[in-house]
Write a new protein. Structure first.
Length: 287
């Protein structure tokens, strides 16, 4: 084969190699890196946003997140942990220019996250990019903006109710002595005697009673409503139980929409939708 005939194949191979090396080099420039250390541990979060401002802090004594401001209330741990996990996974897509007073990133001190645990991180949050998958941020005193994954912003609530824990009650089923629920014309009563359970004086099979007691040991509301909603609601019934020799009672009201309201001692009103209560009552009817 002549040298002329070899030149073109060799040139083609060389060009392919140059292209491949160039692509690898270019890709190295865009290796994604995390906005925070992988071992990020947070025990206090403050969020300041549009129409909302709150602080949550982890309580080591109860092993749960607590809302500290603007009111004291247990927080929804799944929501808070979801935010922290999303922050850990947040990648910096690219570094941008200096944030000016009239910046195009819309980064201001009117919307930010403050994270604490020994070290403090303050994340100023701007607008999303046109794809809506990324958001402009500035961290601490860094003058330059960054374009990062916007997934963590999905965990930022627009109201305090979104992160408030909605557990009406929760008890240790092994310590239950008696349980009574009355709603409208339906009443069910459970009592424990020597480790056996009876519903309306009918002995329950062990498997049945275990499943029932476990399923009713926690009641969760759907949302919260203002106290004034009780003004147009009627008393519909109650839940009363004895656990570890302590009696607790929750009055149940029905509003004009047919949903149920349960007031608490803290002047908060749980709202439970009609279908949720109906599903709850069926647990007793199936026994």
């Amino acid at each position: 084969m002549s040298i002329k005939k070899l030149i073109l194949p060799i040139l083609a191979v060389v060009l392919v190699l140059i292209y491949a090396l160039t692509e690898i080099s270019n890709n190295d420039e865009y290796i994604e890196r995390r906005m925070f250390p992988e071992e990020l541990k947070i025990n206090k979060i403050t969020y300041y946003g549009k129409d909302i401002n709150f602080t949550v802090e982890y309580d080591n004594n109860t092993n749960q997140w607590m809302i500290k401001n603007p009111e004291t209330w247990p927080a929804n741990g799944e929501e808070i942990n979801g935010l922290i996990d999303a922050l850990k996974e947040t990648n910096i897509i690219t570094e941008l220019g200096v944030v000016e007073d009239n910046n195009t990133y819309e980064i201001t001190d009117k919307r930010y996250l403050l994270l604490n645990n020994g070290m403090t991180y303050k994340i100023y949050i701007g607008k999303r990019d046109p794809s809506y998958k990324m958001v402009y941020v500035k961290v601490n005193d860094d003058k330059k903006a960054k374009l990062v994954d916007a997934a963590f912003t999905n965990y930022l609530p627009s109201s305090l109710n979104q992160i408030k824990d909605k557990t009406v009650y929760s008890f240790d089923e092994k310590k239950l002595t008696s349980y009574k629920i009355k709603i409208g014309n339906k009443t069910f009563e459970i009592r424990a005697d020597s480790g056996k359970y009876f519903i309306d004086n009918k002995r329950l099979e062990d498997n049945t009673s275990k499943a029932l007691i476990e399923s009713i040991s926690t009641l969760t509301g759907n949302t919260f409503v203002d106290k004034k909603n009780l003004d147009n609601a009627s008393l519909e019934g109650y839940i009363e139980y004895i656990v570890d020799n302590e009696t607790k009672r929750f009055d149940i009201y029905k509003d004009k929409d047919g949903d149920y309201l349960i007031p608490t001692k803290k002047d908060s009103i749980f709202k439970i939708y009609n279908f949720s209560i109906e599903s709850f009552l069926k647990k007793f009817e199936k026994t």
